[in-house]
Structures are given as structure tokens and as C-alpha cells.
Design a protein around this ligand. Structure first.
Ligand code: 5GP
Ligand code: MN
Length: 340
């Protein structure tokens, strides 16, 4: 770690053209980490751009300096030229370059030094010059905080930085309730509040900001679409494109839906399937030591963490449900014997 910090310090010792990017469909941790780092680096006089592969949920648009984020799919030309001119690229909250989607090629072609900061399992070592990987970290934003500290930039953590990193850690820990939340996390959160993060405001902006359609869609999922596989201690919620259309689906509207299935007594594994942008996306969640990232990786070309993973299916929603049911049957004894 010491050597890596030295190398990063060296990379930042002169003013540079810097790009910060995140995985496709960035969540609170990805955008919080990216804008947290952005709000540090602009104070050091670097020319910094945050480029997201695609658009993201509106409940993240309040993040300080979000208006400066360039969405690759909306401004390809500008994003490509900025990327080609970059001297340093930060890759945040993902370990596989394919998660950049159509932005992968411009990043690959860039001669910039690449620094990856991530907390997912098995990050690809070959795509970065400098890799900060901590799979025990609850959020990439926590690692970003630690790097800022190690590098000697703590004095640059202002209210903007603190609110971005707070949002990252809050969203990736399910508001500090997942097992990944440690004493260290709470110490960092205390520090961020001391630096000006308004915890109640951030919680309100992220979680109590639903449109009426979003709340009705959640009601529909729970009332009509929740399929409980009692024998398997598992549950599936699914939505096809027409159903999403009916509720005027906006990005982020289905975030968190999968977690409701885990609120049922005895359910230790839950899946949410949705047909979005011509793809069938899966979100998998579990409790205890049942590893949903193995299922995501093996059957759905995806990955993630032990208790939260995702991937894509090349089948229809209906066929994906059938495939999942058979997977849950295969893993039945493992699910039933989950240790907490
Ligand atoms: P979510 O279900 O919220 O989209 O994602 C949950 C977790 O799974 C996140 O940590 C995310 O990084 C990971 N994940 C989601 N989709 C994919 C995917 O398509 N590929 C990989 N490798 N990981 C994913
Ligand atoms: Mn994350």
C-alpha cells in the first residue's frame, strides 16, 4: 500500500488532464466515489472530467458537481476527445473493463496511466497501472477516503467531498446495515459528518425522493409479481418491458426492489429480473454465507459480492425465471443450510 500511495502521489505531483470513470449504470457508490475524488482533485488545480458510460438514477443528481459529469452515450465525441487527451484515468468501483460497455474502447485506446480503485472480487490486474483493491471494503468510497488520507489530502475533504463519500458508503452498505459495515466504516462516517456531511439530508435525497409512479411500481412488484419459492428459501420478482412502460419507468426506479423479498422470514436468496434497454438484467441478493456472485458469474456473465451480485440473461424474462428456478433447485441444500 505504501509503495502504491507513493506512486499515486507521484502521478498527482504535476497538474494533469484527468478522467474519472465508473461502471455502466453507476450506483451511489460509483458516483459518490467519482465525484468525491473529483471534488478533491479540482482543488489541486488538475483539469478533471467525470465520464459515466451511461445515464443514472435522478436520486444521485444532487451530488455536488454532478452537473459537470459527461455521459458517454449522450456526448460521445466530446468524451472521446477528453479521453484521448487524458494523462491519468481513474477507474472506480469495477474490476472488469467490460463494465465500461461502449466506453471501453476509448479507455483501452488511451495512453493515460490508469489507476483502478475497487472492492469487487478478482479485479483484472492487467487493465490498470496501479490497482487499489480491497474486497473487504464495504464501498469503493471507503477506499477512496483512505487513499485521500494516506496521500495527505485530508485537509481537502470539504463538505462537497464529504457528502459524496458519505452517499457512496451509505448506499453500498444499505444505510450501514450490511455485514461489510465495520468499526472502521463508522469512524470514517463520523469523520465525514465532522467535515460537513449532512446525514439526514443525504438520506432524504437518496431514499425519500420517489416519484408516485416509482412507489406504485414497487407496490405492483410486491402485490402482483412476488414469487415465493418456499421450498428453496428463495424469491423472484420480475418485470418485463411493458410492465415498466406502464409505470413510466425512469432509471433508478427499481433500485432496492430486490431487497424487499429478503424481508420475508426464512428467505435467504432473492432475485429481481427486469427487461431494460433490450436486455434482461438480474439483481441477486442473499443473506449469510450463500454466495450469489457465484451464480451471477457462472450463469449470467456477471459478478459482484457474496450477498449482492448482478448479471445479464440472454433469454426472455419468462425463460430466465425458469432458468433461475432450476438454479435455485440445484443450490437448494446450500441455500437451506446457509450460515449466518
Ligand atoms: P445491482 O444488483 O445493484 O445492479 O448490482 C449488485 C452488485 O453486483 C454490484 O456490486 C455490482 O457491481 C454487481 N453487478 C451488477 N451487475 C453486474 C454485471 O453485469 N457484471 C458484473 N461483473 N457485476 C455486476
Ligand atoms: Mn461499490
Amino acid at each position: 500500500m505504501k509503495e502504491k500511495i507513493k506512486a499515486l502521489k507521484n502521478l498527482l505531483s504535476e497538474k494533469k488532464n484527468i478522467v474519472i470513470t465508473v461502471h455502466r449504470g453507476p450506483d451511489g457508490d460509483a458516483m459518490g466515489s467519482a465525484l468525491g475524488l473529483y471534488n478533491i482533485l479540482i482543488q489541486e488545480g488538475h483539469n478533471v472530467n467525470v465520464i459515466s458510460p451511461n445515464d443514472y438514477a435522478s436520486f444521485l443528481h444532487w451530488l455536488p458537481n454532478n452537473e459537470n459529469v459527461i455521459v458517454f452515450t449522450e456526448k460521445e465525441g466530446e468524451a472521446k476527445s477528453i479521453t484521448a487527451n487524458a494523462e491519468l484515468i481513474f477507474l472506480l468501483d469495477f474490476g472488469k473493463i467490460s463494465r465500461l460497455d461502449t466506453y471501453e474502447e476509448p479507455v483501452r485506446n488511451s495512453s493515460a496511466a490508469k489507476v483502478m480503485i475497487d472492492h469487487h472480487q478478482e479485479p483484472d490486474e492487467s487493465i490498470s497501472d496501479l490497482l487499489f483493491s480491497d474486497v473487504t471494503a464495504c464501498a469503493t468510497a471507503q477506499i477512496v477516503f483512505e487513499i485521500i488520507q494516506e496521500i495527505g489530502y485530508s485537509h481537502l475533504i470539504n463538505k462537497d467531498v464529504a457528502e459524496c463519500l458519505y452517499a457512496g458508503i451509505m448506499t453500498d452498505t444499505g444505510s450501514f446495515k450490511y455485514a461489510s459495515t465495520t468499526q472502521k466504516t463508522h469512524h470514517i462516517i463520523a469523520d465525514l459528518i465532522a467535515k460537513g456531511a449532512d446525514n439526514a439530508k443525504i438520506h432524504d435525497l437518496v431514499y425519500d425522493n420517489f416519484s408516485d409512479n416509482r412507489l406504485k411500481l414497487l407496490g405492483y412488484c410486491l402485490n402482483q409479481k412476488l414469487q415465493i419459492l418456499k421450498e428453496n428459501n428463495a424469491a423472484i420478482i420480475s418485470l418485463n418491458a411493458e410492465e415498466l412502460e406502464k409505470f413510466n419507468f425512469q432509471k433508478g426506479d427499481t433500485e432496492g426492489v430486490v431487497n424487499y423479498a429478503l424481508m420475508i422470514e426464512g428467505i435467504v436468496c432473492a432475485a429481481f429480473i427486469a427487461e431494460k434497454e433490450g436486455m434482461v438484467k438480474l439483481s441477486l441478493r442473499s443473506k449469510g454465507d450463500f454466495k450469489v456472485n457465484e451464480i451471477a458469474k457462472k450463469y449470467f456473465n456477471g459478478g459482484g459480492h457474496t450477498n449482492a451480485a448482478g448479471g445479464v440473461s440472454d433469454l426472455s424474462v419468462e425463460e430466465t425465471i425458469i432458468k433461475l428456478e432450476s438454479i435455485f433447485n440445484k443450490y437448494k441444500s446450500e441455500i437451506i443450510n446457509t450460515k449466518f
